[in-house]
Ligand binder design. Structure first.
Ligand SMILES: Nc1ncnc2c1ncn2[C@@H]1O[C@H](COP(=O)(O)OP(=O)(O)OP(=O)(O)O)[C@@H](O)[C@H]1O
Ligand SMILES: O=P(O)(O)OC[C@H]1O[C@H](OP(=O)(O)OP(=O)(O)O)[C@H](O)[C@@H]1O
Length: 228
């Protein structure tokens, strides 16, 4: 059985079903709405496993699924050395969102990462603790800031409504996903001019560490012919 992990709900699920459908692969959920498994019409041996988009990277890395659809941001954030663990088979052209660093709009002197670094040092001197950046993308943000020489900060975990942390004074800046920019604007935040960490989209991944039988490989080759 070739196992394909697909998002079980939310913005990515419907579009994933549409994307495969447009390529002649009609996905069908087993049983009722809440049964988290399914099949693909006319494609025996391919089993759908419906999972939270956020869990698909871990399931791929563990080899519990052979293939998986999720945001490229989630794979990069959740898997250390992600490209050793998974291979990108197809960028799917939906689920676009940018992971960005944003600061309060009224910080007129802070427009770049260098400005943020200077502001962070000044903040620490003035307040006696490090400037707080709220995010759920810990690994990606840390790597990006280290690479860009920003040091005097601390990450605070925020699993949702991240833009609100600045207004509620639990963080001074944020790193989060944006697509229309509306949430940032509503919370009086601006993106640093060089503060885009990753441009994400839904992507089909192959697990390098899953067990691949000859039959699985044949199924994968057949699947790839369909989607190419
Ligand atoms: N406007 C947007 N806001 C947030 N994420 C978006 C947006 N557009 C696309 N995405 C992408 O959707 C994916 C997250 O989807 P979603 O929030 O449905 O999954 P999840 O984190 O697994 O949710 P849950 O944990 O509630 O199941 C990420 O890859 C993200 O980049
Ligand atoms: O640029 P925009 O179009 O305004 O979209 C960005 C918002 O959408 C996401 O939140 P989501 O709806 O997933 O809720 P969450 O805060 O619970 O993550 C993301 O975390 C931003 O808050």
């Amino acid at each position: 059985m070739l196992k394909l992990g697909v998002p079980s709900k939310g913005r990515l699920m419907e579009k994933t079903f549409d994307w495969f459908g447009a390529r002649g692969l009609t996905m069908v959920k087993d049983g009722g709405e809440r049964e988290y498994s399914g099949t693909v019409d006319g494609f025996d041996g391919l089993q759908l496993v419906l999972l939270s988009a956020g869990e698909i990277p871990r399931e791929l890395a563990a080899g519990r699924i052979h293939l998986g659809v999720t945001g490229s941001d989630l794979v990069r954030d959740k898997l250390a050395h992600w490209d050793d663990q998974v291979e990108e088979l197809a960028e799917m052209g939906f689920g676009h969102a940018d992971l960005v660093i944003a600061v309060p709009s009224f910080w007129v002197d802070v427009d770049t990462l260098d400005d943020l670094d200077a502001a962070a040092s000044a903040f620490r001197r003035r307040h006696g603790f490090r400037l707080r950046i709220a995010t759920k993308y810990h690994q990606l943000v840390r790597e990006f800031l280290t690479w860009n020489g920003v040091a005097d900060y601390q990450l605070v975990d925020s699993q949702g409504a991240t833009e609100g942390t600045v207004r509620h004074e639990t963080a001074e800046a944020i790193a989060d996903i944006t697509s229309t920019g509306e949430t940032l604007r509503a919370n009086h935040l601006k993106i640093l001019s060089d503060g885009t960490i990753h441009g994400s989209q839904a992507t089909l991944f192959r697990a390098r560490n899953a067990e691949w039988t000859d039959e699985d490989r044949e199924l994968l080759a057949r699947l790839i012919r369909k989607i190419d």
